[in-house]
Ligand binder design. Structure first.
Ligand code: TYM
Length: 342
C-alpha cells in the first residue's frame, strides 16, 4: 500500500474533562461539523484521555454526555458522522500498547503539553499522562485516518502520530499506516484567555471570567466580553496593526471565527473602532451564535438515555472499522491469534 491509496478519512476527539469552552467550539467542533459530508468523518469523546488526571467517576460519565451533547447541538449528524466515546472501542487501547512499544522515551520528553501539565511535579503525575500521545496516535491510526482537524495546541501530538506511523512502517517494512495530516486552518486555531492574551483559553483556568463556556447564558457571555482585558488603543485600520496586541487580536479572531469572516474583513467593518463599540458588537454576535447551541445542548442533556444510545450506535460503527485494522496490525507485529477469523 502506498500513501496515496488510503481512503480520505477524518478523525478527531475532545476530552471530557471540564466543560466545553469557546476554544473547543471554534477550534474544533464548528470545524468538525463543517467537514461533514466532504469525507468520512469520525468524532470521539476521548474519555480514556480524561482519566490521565483524576476524574470523579460520576462527573466523568456526565461530562462525556455533555461533550457528546455539544457535538450534537452544534450540528454533528450521527447519520453522517460516527460519534462515540473512546472507551467503548477497545481497539484504541490495544493499539496504544503497541505504539507504546514503538514510540521512544526521548520523543515523549519533547512534548510541550506534558511539560506544561506536569510542571515541577513530573515525578508524581500518572504514567498515563506521559504516554498520552501514544494513545492519541492510536485513536487516529486505528482508523487509518488521513486528516485530523485540531487547534494549534495539538499540532505537536499529530506530528508525533506521524513519527509513530513512520517508525512502525519502517520497522515492520510496510506502508500500513498513513502519515496523517494535521488540519489547522482558519482564524480560531488558538483562542486566548480573556484575562490574559498570552495564555490559551482552557477548561481548567483558575477564573471563570477567563473563558466562555458553552453552557454560559446570554448575560454571562455579554459580561465576560465586556470585562475582557484589552489595551487602551482602539482597533487599528489594518490587521497588521494587531501585531503585538494579543488581546485585541484575540477578540478580532473570535469575531471572525464566529461570523465565518477573515480578521481582515472584521477590521474593514470596524476600522479604528473603540472598545465601547466593538465589545458590545462581539457580545451580541456571540450570544446570537452560541445561545441556540447551548439551548440545544440542554435539550440533549435532558435525555441522557438518548445520548447513550447515539454513542452506542456510533461505537458499533467505529468497531467495524477499527477491529479489522487491529487484526492486521497484530498479524504484522506477529502477535499470535489462535482464531485467525476473530
Ligand atoms: P482537548 O480536549 O484539550 O481539546 C479539544 C479540541 O479543541 C481544541 N482547542 C482549542 N482550539 C483553539 N483555541 C483554544 N483555546 C482551544 N482549546 C482547545 C484543541 O486543539 C482540540 O482540537 N489530545 C486532545 C484530544 C485527542 C485527540 C485525539 C484529538 C485525543 N485523541 C485524536 C485529535 C485526534 C485534547 O486534549 O484536546
Amino acid at each position: 500500500m502506498n500513501q496515496t491509496s488510503f481512503t480520505p478519512r477524518v478523525f478527531s476527539g475532545i476530552k471530557p474533562s471540564g466543560g466545553l469552552t469557546l476554544g473547543n467550539y471554534l477550534g474544533a467542533i464548528k470545524r468538525f461539523v463543517g467537514m461533514q459530508g466532504q469525507m468520512e468523518t469520525i468524532y470521539c469523546v476521548v474519555d480514556m484521555h480524561a482519566i490521565t488526571v483524576w476524574q470523579d467517576p460520576k462527573e466523568l460519565a456526565n461530562m462525556t454526555r455533555e461533550v457528546a451533547a455539544g457535538y450534537l447541538a452544534a450540528g454533528l449528524d450521527p447519520s453522517q458522522s460516527i460519534l462515540f466515546n473512546q472507551s467503548q472501542v477497545a481497539a484504541h487501547a490495544e493499539l496504544a500498547w503497541i505504539f507504546n512499544c514503538v514510540a521512544r522515551v526521548g520523543w515523549m520528553n519533547r512534548m510541550t503539553q506534558f511539560k506544561d501539565k506536569a510542571g515541577s511535579n513530573a515525578e508524581k503525575v500518572s504514567l498515563g499522562l506521559y504516554a498520552y500521545p501514544a494513545l492519541m496516535a492510536a485513536d487516529i491510526l486505528i482508523y487509518q485516518a488521513t486528516h485530523v482537524p485540531v487547534g494549534e495546541d495539538q499540532k505537536q501530538h499529530v506530528e508525533l502520530t506521524r513519527d509513530i506511523a513512520a517508525k512502525f512502517n519502517h520497522d515492520f517494512k510496510t506502508d500500513f499506516f498513513p502519515l496523517t495530516e494535521p488540519v489547522i486552518e482558519g482564524p480560531a486555531m488558538r483562542i486566548m484567555n480573556l484575562r490574559d492574551g498570552t495564555k490559551k483559553m482552557s477548561k481548567s483556568g483558575e477564573s471563570d471570567m477567563e473563558r466562555i463556556n458553552m453552557t454560559d447564558d446570554a448575560d454571562k457571555i455579554a459580561k465576560k466580553f465586556k470585562k475582557a482585558k484589552t489595551d487602551p488603543e482602539p482597533l487599528p485600520e489594518t490587521v497588521e496593526g494587531l501585531k503585538d496586541r494579543p488581546e485585541a487580536r484575540n477578540l478580532v479572531e473570535i469575531y471572525a471565527a464566529l461570523n465565518d469572516m477573515t480578521p481582515e474583513a472584521v477590521i474593514a467593518e470596524y476600522p479604528g473602532a473603540g472598545w465601547g463599540t466593538f465589545k458590545p458588537a462581539l457580545a451580541d454576535l456571540a450570544v446570537a451564535k452560541l445561545a441556540p447551541i447551548s439551548e440545544e445542548m440542554a435539550r440533549f442533556m435532558a435525555d441522557p438515555a438518548e445520548i447513550d444510545r447515539i454513542l452506542g450506535e456510533g461505537a458499533e460503527k467505529a468497531r467495524a472499522i477499527a477491529n479489522p485494522i487491529l487484526r492486521d496490525t497484530y498479524d504484522i507485529v506477529g502477535l499470535l491469534r489462535s482464531d485467525a477469523t476473530r
